[in-house]
Write a protein that binds this ligand. Structure first.
Ligand SMILES: Cc1ncc(COP(=O)(O)O)c(C=O)c1O
Length: 444
């Protein structure tokens, strides 16, 4: 029996979708199948997925190698507890593969099932570390305005987008937000002669001093901000941030849930600025979305503080699915594919092509800014290029017009995001630009 799309949509009402509002999920695309960068709906549409799902399907859809890795591992052992003296082979192998893979000196991994859990784990680990260092008053986390760190209670209030807070207060205490280094619209205070990177880093130093050095546990940042509008920081920002964190004994948490595993043209994005975090959060592309897996990596220094803990100071943290055998087997195979297909380089090369194409759309009167790194881009829509007045209504119209032309992007306020699978080819990159250009022509 075949079921028509309308019936699927009626049945879909039984689930509550992420960021739900009755107006937001009216006519969802019912996706049946994917292959490469293409999605196929139940009503016969073929859509170029310019977002790689949710910034995560790096190797593209329909990869038999990953299906086989999952199948083989499930047959052997899908799951076993990682608690109280048990472990499994794929999690051992993946943790071993990841030791030092992202950054030198980050050799220990704790697995989660996704990005929000990873960030919650990072916050708890920072608190744990300072308690072990006999500085229990250090618990606050400084984050940036516009940042997105997920939806668990702590990650919600680490997130610097107020709409995620509105219906879920009171706020979790101890999360402080400072301006992000946004080259196009910096909302901090810029002193004469100061760069945006310097001013945004100074905001961090001032916040640490204002809150009290002995109260701040960590600073968290996405190397390239995603949901906040694809914001690439100026080159001087992260080296300054690293120096400030060191000066005031503040742990630096890199939220690389989007930027990890090749997206920006490096395996991990802080490499662009030669900077290392103390804690790394990852998820998404570790499995290219083929299984639910995330994790944190901690520095050797943090790991060492755990080794001498006495019995009352155990790290009482971890999830049922930490180190899930099938998910780790898929992660291992996925990394093998990404290495074999040379993804950071592909992201750089094809990213340049996409960037050039998107920049050509600046001739439209409403394209205020085009920015990105590797294969993650934001096209900012404004009603006036001089005043830079944001135009989310126009962005939404362009998003819909593009979707009508078989191109999926993601509207983030007045910014349209693009983050296609890293397996994309030249022709498909050009197709993104062509379809977006046609959509822009259509709304003119
Ligand atoms: C930078 C960043 N951190 C954390 C998360 C949360 O990840 P998850 O949705 O897997 O919990 C996301 C999700 O988009 C993200 O973009």
């Amino acid at each position: 029996m075949t079921i028509d799309t309308t019936t699927w949509i009626e049945k879909d009402y039984k689930q509550l979708h992420p960021t739900y509002h009755p107006k937001s999920h009216v006519n969802p695309l019912v996706i049946e199948r994917g292959e490469g960068v293409w999605l196929y709906t139940t009503d016969g549409q073929k859509i170029l997925d310019g977002m790689a799902g949710l910034w995560n399907v790096n190797v593209g859809y329909g990869r038999e190698e990953l299906a086989k890795a999952a199948y083989d591992q499930m047959k052997e052992l899908a799951f076993t507890s990682g608690f109280s003296g048990m472990t499994n082979l794929p999690s051992i192998e993946l943790a071993d593969k990841l030791a030092g893979f992202a950054y030198e000196g980050l050799n220990t991994t704790m697995f989660t099932s996704g990005g929000s859990e990873s960030n919650d784990s990072a916050f708890k680990t920072a608190r744990y570390y300072w308690k072990r260092k006999r500085k229990p008053g250090k618990y606050k986390v400084i984050a940036r305005k516009g940042s997105y760190h997920g939806v668990t209670l702590a990650a919600t209030f680490a997130t610097g987008l107020e709409k995620y807070h509105t219906m879920f207060g009171p706020a979790v205490e101890g999360f402080i937000h400072i301006p992000a280094p946004h080259p196009y619209r910096f909302d901090g205070q810029l002193r004469t002669g100061e760069t945006v990177g310097q001013a945004a880093a100074r905001a961090l130093e001032e916040a640490i001093i204002r809150e009290g050095t002995d109260t701040v546990a960590a600073f968290i940042a996405e190397p390239v901000m995603g949901v906040g509008g694809v914001i690439v920081p100026p080159d001087d920002y992260f080296p300054l941030v690293r120096a400030i964190c060191d000066k005031y004994e503040v742990l630096f948490i890199a939220d690389e849930v989007i930027t990890g595993f090749g997206r920006t043209g490096e395996w991990f994005a802080l490499k662009h600025w030669n900077v290392k975090p103390d804690i790394l959060s990852f998820a998404k592309a570790i499995t290219s979305g083929y299984a639910q897996l995330g994790g944190i990596q901690i520095s050797d220094e943090i790991r060492e503080t755990m080794e001498s803990a006495d019995d009352t100071e155990a790290y009482m943290h971890g999830f049922t699915y930490s180190g899930h055998a099938m998910a780790c087997a898929v992660g291992l195979k996925n990394i093998e594919i990404m290495e074999h297909e040379d993804y950071p380089n592909r992201a750089r090369e094809l990213g340049n092509r996409l960037f050039e194409g998107l920049k050509s759309l600046r001739e439209f009167p409403f394209v205020g800014d085009v920015r990105g790194l590797g294969l993650i881009y934001g096209v900012e829509i404004v009603s006036n290029k001089e005043t830079k007045a944001a135009d989310p209504a126009m962005a939404s119209r362009i998003f819909k017009a593009a979707q009508d032309r078989g191109l999926r992007s993601r509207p983030l306020g007045n910014v349209l995001a693009f983050s296609p699978p890293l397996s994309i080819n030249e022709e498909e990159v050009d197709e993104i630009v062509k379809r977006l250009g046609a959509a822009m022509d259509g709304v003119m």
